[in-house]
Write a protein that binds this ligand. Structure first.
Ligand code: FMN
Ligand code: SF4
Length: 369
């Protein structure tokens, strides 16, 4: 099942393994992809990943961009990104652009003078510092929603097979969903319907601008796992139902943000939590409830083909994603396809996390096989 050709979220793929979005920090000064990034995606496609989701790509000039981040905020990006999609397609792979509005979950580059935005100006926890931000006006929200649609249209023109809107991990759409961070009293805050409005408007904008036949995925927290004021698992399920009603092509389930309880964030050290595949129960529940309405996938701690196969056979999920294992072993899907039963060698140390030229630390040492 894992290695059968299939259609996931409107995209035909060679297998059910998806590379979850991984910020690579490989853009040049103009926000265009470097040759190194193109080579990374080609290698992933060659290694047998069914669908690659790019690292988060900035969609709006209203807010600052991360260091070395790819930009989809003007037409100059279309040609350089088209070179990437062509390279991936030539290797038989598929590729989706992950579009993000960062909000206050950003490490601001020096010399940047654009405003940092958030739903209500509640300071964000970034590492040990608190990130100040300005509460968005309704006009600014409208501008962001339009920018997201335009970015998706550019992605389509560049040849991407679809887009994934980042609704997880405490980036802006996720912040709107979180009561602690969203204290607005207008229609973008209050009850869950209000807090989900920004996310749903972004999805509607993508469909309207890029075309309703263009696959639109979303990455969503199954819960925020905060001490208090986080989005709950029940609320997340309700949001998934609304997204399915809105015609979302696929939902990739993740969880947590920078304010989550210890070891409850999105990128976990599996050996310490002793919880591999840490969002599997949430994905199973969502997939059962939403069966026949949209495709559900899951990311977080998947390290063995046997466990993936077993999960696909017990729960009606459509795909399983990996991030860190494919940084260390971009050929892992093909190794497994050929019958190798060894789990991924990634030790989930997360030392690959960074803002430029992201890579597995073992690639610099003799430990790499
Ligand atoms: C280096 C690095 C960069 C990441 N960049 C992104 C990103 O751009 N967008 C995103 O949604 N998640 C990002 N993530 C989170 C992963 O997509 C994934 O949700 C998380 O690492 C858990 O999956 P894993 O156990 O397979 O690594 C990143 C994770 C790492 C380690
Ligand atoms: S640095 Fe650690 S977490 Fe990242 S890919 Fe390498 S082994 Fe995995």
């Amino acid at each position: 099942m894992l290695f059968d050709a299939c259609t996931i979220g409107g995209i035909h793929a060679a297998c059910r393994i998806v590379r979850s979005a991984t910020f690579e920090g490989m853009a040049d000064a103009e926000g265009h992809p470097t040759d190194k990034l193109c080579h990374m995606y080609e290698t992933l496609a060659e290694g047998g990943t069914g669908i690659i989701i790019t690292g988060m790509i900035a969609a709006s000039r209203l807010e600052p961009h991360q260091h070395h981040q790819i930009l989809l905020d003007d037409d100059s990006c279309i040609a350089p990104l088209a070179a990437i999609t062509q390279a991936v397609h030539a290797k038989g792979g598929k590729i989706i652009a992950q579009i993000v509005i960062m909000g206050s979950a950003i490490m601001v580059p020096e010399g940047e003078d654009r405003i940092i935005v958030s739903p209500s100006g509640v300071p964000d926890k970034i590492g040990r510092t608190l990130q100040e931000s300005q509460a968005l006006t309704k006009e600014q929200i409208q501008r962001l929603v339009e920018d997201v649609g335009q970015a998706a249209l550019r992605a389509r023109k560049a040849g991407f097979d679809g887009v994934q809107f980042h609704g997880a991990h405490g980036y802006l759409a996720s912040k709107f969903l979180t009561p602690y961070y969203n204290q607005r009293s207008d229609e973008y805050g209050g009850d869950l319907m209000g807090r989900a409005r920004f996310l749903r408007q972004c999805i509607a904008s993508i469909k309207q601008t890029a075309g309703s036949d263009f696959p639109v995925w979303v990455k969503l927290n199954c819960a925020d796992f905060m001490k208090e004021g986080g989005m709950t698992a029940e609320e997340s399920l309700q949001v998934m139902h609304w997204l399915a009603d809105d015609g979302i092509s696929a939902i990739e389930i993740s969880g947590g943000n920078t304010s989550s309880l210890p070891r409850k964030g999105p990128i976990r050290a599996i050996r310490r939590t002793k919880e591999p595949m840490y969002f599997a129960p949430y994905a199973e529940k969502a997939a059962k409830e939403l069966q026949g309405q949209t495709d559900i996938g899951v990311v977080g701690g998947w390290r063995s083909a046997a466990e993936m196969e077993e999960f696909l056979n017990t729960a009606p999920v459509s795909f399983i994603s990996m991030c860190r294992p494919l940084l260390r072993q971009p050929d892992l899907p093909n190794r497994w396809r050929r019958g190798d039963t060894e789990p991924a060698t990634c030790i989930s140390c997360s030392r690959c996390f960074g803002d430029t030229d992201v890579d597995c630390i073992f690639h610099d040492t003799a430990e790499e096989d």
